[in-house]
Write a protein that binds this ligand. Structure first.
Ligand code: FE
Length: 188
């Protein structure tokens, strides 16, 4: 299966799990994240990253809400590893960094913490809490830090049970644009 079909398959069959404690499921959360990125005029790679940023939750078998059982599923690493096989770092790295970006924003933006949902606050503790000043400085040096912070803000805003979005197929145009030249995933 090529990556377009895999993404379609995951969102058609494995994305009905609730997104944490929110009233949206993984599919709605992904579509809302990607829609926000598109509306903000982000580059295709960040729109794709927004669409698939939580794909790590859908490729593991830890149940609906591992954070409530005190388990950090490391979904950002699982997702980035999966994406590395198909895309360049402009997609995989913001996904890998979207959890550190939360720890970063909690350290540098006082208002941000108040935006976090109950389950995001709970998982923050499992993820290491707000960054120290040394961690902040190291994070800011990462070439994809800014993209990860923008992705994180879309992520935080993508929990609206009444939002209306395009469907997964709408975003496949961006997937095609960012697939590596010569990739076996690229349509002929
Ligand atoms: Fe998310």
């Amino acid at each position: 299966m090529n990556v377009r079909d895999e993404i379609r398959d995951i969102y058609a069959n494995r994305a009905t799990k609730k997104y944490g404690l929110s009233d949206v499921n993984q599919l709605q959360h992904a579509l809302q994240s990607a829609t926000l990125a598109e509306q903000q005029g982000e580059a295709p790679a960040l729109i794709v990253a927004a669409l698939v940023h939580d794909i790590g939750h859908m490729v593991h078998h830890l149940g609906e809400d591992p954070a409530s059982a005190g388990i950090d599923d490391r979904h950002e690493e699982l997702g980035a590893e999966w994406l590395d096989a198909h895309f360049g770092p402009e997609v995989a790295e913001p996904v890998r960094l979207h959890v550190p970006a939360k720890r970063y924003l909690c350290a540098v933006d006082r208002e941000y913490f108040s935006l976090l949902s109950e389950d995001s606050v709970r998982s923050l503790a499992l993820q290491g809490g707000p960054m120290s000043s040394d961690e902040v400085a190291a994070f800011e040096k990462h070439p994809y830090a800014e993209a990860a912070v923008r992705l994180r803000r879309f992520d935080e805003a993508a929990k609206d049970p009444s939002a209306i979005t395009p469907q997964v197929d709408h975003f496949m145009r961006y997937v095609d644009l960012v697939l590596a030249p010569g990739s076996a995933d690229r349509p002929a």
